[in-house]
Design a binder for this molecule. Sequence first.
Ligand code: F6P
Length: 364
Amino acid sequence: RKRIGLLTGGGDAPGLNAVIRAVVLSAERRGWECFGIHDGFNGLLAPEHCSGQPVRRLTAGDVHGIGHLGGTILGSSNRGNPLRFPVRGADGKVSELDRSDDVLALCKQLGFDALVIVGGDGSMGIANQLHQKGLRVIGVPKTIDNDLDRTFSTFGFDTAVGFATECIDRLHSTAQSHHRVMVVEVMGRYAGWIALHAGMAAGAHAILIPEIPFDIDKVADAILEREGGGKHHSIVVVAEGAQPIGGERALLAPATDGHSERLGGIGAQVAALLERRTGKECRSLVLGHLLRGGSPSAFDRVCASRFGAAAVRAIVDGHGGVMVSLDYSSIKLVALADVAGHTKCVPVEGDTVSTARELGIAFG
Ligand code: F6P
């Protein structure tokens, strides 16, 4: 029987288990065998460091009832790039080696006809390089950040936005009770998708995203304007990658004695500056990895299942070197070469930002 290898790489995202389930179930229905590789490429290249059986046969029984669970039953790793694989020398020093040939040899040895790589932009770049070297690879896009190009969306994003929205909803009442400014920092790396969508959904008063460098004075003005209108609380959502106009994050430091380090990330810095400029009590919190945890939303379960089944369909149909992608309502295949190295940022003139501005949300 023909064999599919499957691994999940990079940061986890809700929906990974639904992809695994879909790949295994649809492969079985087509008479193919599926093998799960543990902890990303470590399952192949560093089996001794694996948290589970490095490579194992996955059957329907193994994926029973996992579609609604967060995380990945295969484990993941963002330190296992086979093109720059960390190797510890006899002197204890770690250097990086291109071990892509080993990946090809091991896949051959394991009898894989194709390898499904579920991951973010880094993993899609690796997938593309392995494909160029002759391995039949299908990419499945994953990220809570929604920053992968050539796909309308990925699974994980909807769940992250839903959870962030719920958290921000909850902050309104405490902000209101204490007449405070609450600053919420969310993940998203260099993109502001989570901040924009959750901020809009939860009625934030200012949203700071990397795509629109902000002027802290304008954010303070927006808060003071609300104050003047009798609204004594404000919610500011800050993407972790947000930056002030023309400046390093260090410019935001409220003190010059190294104290800024202890203040934490951009959210804490924005809160400290707003407190100074508005004279209002400000509090900040970081949602961080909470956004990656928990059960996938219904949308993400369906998206992940469609991606998994589409990956198997692509393999059976003889494709390789492609990524499955969501094209609004349909699934299509796009060349990995067109995805690798490209990220998707929030369009600053796009409809969502324009709508937010029309609703009175400040971007600084
Ligand atoms: O890409 C997903 C993501 O969660 C980003 O939003 C965040 O910047 C990063 O991963 C965090 O990675 P780590 O878990 O390695 O700190």
